[in-house]
Design a protein around this ligand. Sequence first.
Ligand code: FAD
Length: 423
Amino acid sequence: MSGPDASAAAVGRVIVIGAGIIGAACAAWLAREGRQVVVIDRAGPGEGASFGNAGNIGPGNVLPNAAPGTLRQIPKWVLDPLGPLAIRWRYLPRALPWLLRWIRAGRPEQAAAVSRGLAILHRPSFEHYDPILTASGGDALVRRVGQLFISASAQGAAGTAFAQRMRAEAGVPTEILDADLLRQKEPALARHYQSALYFPEHGHCVDPGGLARTLVEFALRNGSTLVRAEVLELVVEAGAVAGVRLAGGEVVRGGRVVVAAGAWSHRLLAPLGLRLPLEAERGYHVVLPDPGVMPRHPISNRDRAVAATPMADGLRLAGTVEIAGVDAPPDWRRADMLLPHAAEMFPGVNLAGAKRWMGSRPSLPDGLPALGPCPGHPNVLLACGNGHFGLTAAGTMGRVVADLVAGRPPVIELAPFSPMRFG
Ligand SMILES: Cc1cc2nc3c(=O)[nH]c(=O)nc-3n(C[C@H](O)[C@H](O)[C@H](O)COP(=O)(O)OP(=O)(O)OC[C@H]3O[C@@H](n4cnc5c(N)ncnc54)[C@H](O)[C@@H]3O)c2cc1C
């Protein structure tokens, strides 16, 4: 694909860097519209953050992590070595600018604006998965059974006044369940949980890595190519991006480049002059292959900031945020700390054979992604930085990228996701 290939075919080609759920959805939407797509990933499809998430797809995910109420809890969390948030102190000087921006984004007015952005992006989440999943025979990967937020306190599940206001403003349907109703809905749960918030319109994926693979396979069946290689850099010729250089030196030329490289995206963009403040919010999971009990719904434990999701390969407990940089080795104690939470939530659960995983949420400080053309390089499209909600947003991210490549007005308003909003 190098050298003499600087032809009309190369100009029509769209290169997608990253085959996580975001790149996979972009490739699928582009291929569905007949674009010639080359997807490039150094690993297999869906092997980054998209492999190990909690699987929730929530059109009603409208609460940023940095929000009034959350910020007050930070000192308590950080001082507890096994709390839901850990910062490796050696990494603190590098993370500090991001953390300060994150705190600023949590002020009431800013958080409310972010919440509105999340609502715009997440509301049509199923609408933009459905056509691709149906066409690829992947419907069974997603179950639309709703989601439960639970708490051991009578008021805990509903969350802060801010959370309730943002959900009401976005028109997110919810039902409040008392302890009895919760027990009827979810008999496997321990009896000390006193309240739940039920999201009837939410769903979950039973194999998130498999979902990314399914979307990439759909793109391949529709004429795309998958290249397994590391992208070293974007190639600039006469002031414009003309393709990408792979490790090994080969150049793949293309008229458009979509940067969907998850927590590594900023490294590719910096030479273009875009300083995207992307940080890895590392998360962990354990999968219990033979749990003996299985919840009917995906459950978010609001007291512990831990999710429990029924998956095809077992019961998955996922969560925790660790700020340590994208390259640091995992601290497996953060996965192991999920096991006592499983035992607390599901009496009698079998913890044997737990499989551990760590991955990097690609997070911008305000919790919204960067979606749209790169400043100064209109043929480079950004689709990255979805933080805690990339699985929810992917279908819509893919649809927007297909709209932009086609020259159509994007299906959602893009102002909240401007790559330039950090100055
Ligand atoms: C514990 C945990 C729980 C979560 N739970 C949920 C949830 O319930 N619901 C939800 O909506 N979201 C959830 N998320 C968030 C979600 O998983 C992420 O937002 C999403 O996976 C990000 O997808 P991505 O495609 O941007 O990144 P990734 O999946 O990380 O993909 C990026 C890809 O780019 C490739 N790449 C990077 N740089 C290069 C390069 N230079 N050359 C070649 N390839 C490159 C990588 O190999 C990788 O495959 C969770 C995340 C975690 C960690």
